[in-house]
Design a protein around this ligand. Sequence first.
Ligand code: ATP
Ligand code: MG
Length: 583
Amino acid sequence: MSENTPAAAATPETAPAEKRDFIRQIVREDLASGKHTAIKTRFPPEPNGYLHIGHAKSICLNFGIAGEFGGVCNLRFDDTNPAREDPEYVAAIQDDVRWLGFQWNELRHASDYFEAYYLGAQKLIREGKAYVCDLSAEEVRAYRGTLTEPGRPSPYRERSVEENLDLFARMRAGEFADGTRTLRARIDMASGNINLRDPAIYRIKHVEHQNTGNAWPIYPMYDYAHALGDALEGITHSLCTLEFEDHRPLYDWCVDNVDFAHDPALTQPLVDKGLPREAAKPRQIEFSRLNINYTVMSKRKLMALVTEQLVDGWDDPRMPTLQGLRRRGYTPAAMRLFAERVGISKQNSLIDFSVLEGALREDLDSAAPRRMAVIEPLKLVLGNLPEGHEEMLTFSNHPKDAAFGERQVPFSRELWIEREDFAEVPPKGWKRLVPGGEVRLRGAGIARVDEVVKNEAGEIVELRGWLDPESRPGMEGANRKVKGTIHWVSARHAVEAEIRLYDRLFSVPDPDDEADGKSYRDYLNPESRRVVTGYVEPAAASAAPEQSFQFERTGYFVADRRDHTADTPVFNRSVTLRDTWAG
Ligand code: ATP
Ligand code: MG
């Protein structure tokens, strides 16, 4: 067995317990009834920021369902708002999806379909189902009505087809300024669903697009582009979060009225680009979004944390971004386990942060080899060993899994132990080192402290003691009972390491709470990052970046993806061994 290498994550569903949420039930029924012979889903991120753990839920759902039912999943960039998009995000999103262990069928962009969207809009105009409206955004709002009052028709609603076609062509030609006109679907200004009160489907925006450059001064609106994109890709089940429930009638309206299936001329631009001509009727199904306490998930707030330098970038290990979680030491398997535990439903809920941490502990407990590292070092000199004493002790890499093999750990006369493993005046129930007391040095023998060396300020700088020569590994005397066992590293052989002790970024469960004029900035946890210099055994220092370990008795740590080298090790604490926030 390899240690937790990324390759181990390439097959996400190795032993799938059958999942039975309501969406999978629908998919099962659609396959059983013959409504579909193959399943196709998509993950449609907007490339306007980094993906966060909420997106991971959607990714695991869309790619998971495709994988479980022998279907495929597309990755489609919803790039209809060029002002906020950036190729940096496009690259990171692909990296994240692959990291989670998924591979898309096809990589598409909404912008691949701009021509087909445009032809679809012309068709709507020709059929009297769309019109160019000259109302300003503010006027549109005033005409729209409210939940209790119907809207009023725009004065431009009765424009002739010819005039609409001409104005729309001129919008496309770039003749009009931003915001001066929109193309609106002509549906029902009295509808109880405000989304159907003649929603805009195109707006004018003279902004360069990362894919199409300056070819288009008009861009389709999300609802129109998303519905038609699904139809054009032959998506069978279009899975989205609950806030789109009220948009579903508009989604269906766009698919049904543009009706690519019965109008091959509309999809000719795809064929010309070498893309397959598909025109399915997708079904939109909504599920509840993921919310986690002690976390903010809004892209706007995540962006502000980065730009205001409240964190060290998008991949700061405290960020709930996938890049951040990855750098923190979260594994793809832990992320998928978390998504599975959270499940899929229509009930909005708030997931406890400990569920996320629990998933990581569970994965790393079985996947991470053990090592020894001392975080806050105190010197222990075993005076009865000769000056140059040096030996190699054999340690198993995993207590429960022999497949992890063994390693050699150097042992010598001077050790680093954890400062908190010694107490001059021990509290009640103390099992570790005290003056004159004994403790087991993990895998090495039983030691006693005889002398406490202090500096002028009265601080303890060194312990001097004795190693029981009858208690060495394999000896009868090693079996005698001592209360505590502590970890250690050989001072001569250990490698100095930067150790970053991360904790939750926010110290309150609801950092979005704006009561008393506060904001999430006021709830940042001052203890969320503490950097110390510790010592790690050689077999930890030589780890590859992103290798995870359990540092015995201390926590799960990962060799930092960017900064770690064998000569200058840098480890991030991924999670403590036990939940320290409970209670
Ligand atoms: P924006 O406000 O920029 O649209 P967004 O969070 O909706 O932000 P998208 O890039 O549009 O971001 O999201 C891509 C997909 O991920 C969508 O299908 C969306 O429903 C889903 N998604 C986003 N946030 C969550 C969440 N917290 N839980 C589950 N799914 C989510
Ligand atoms: Mg969105």
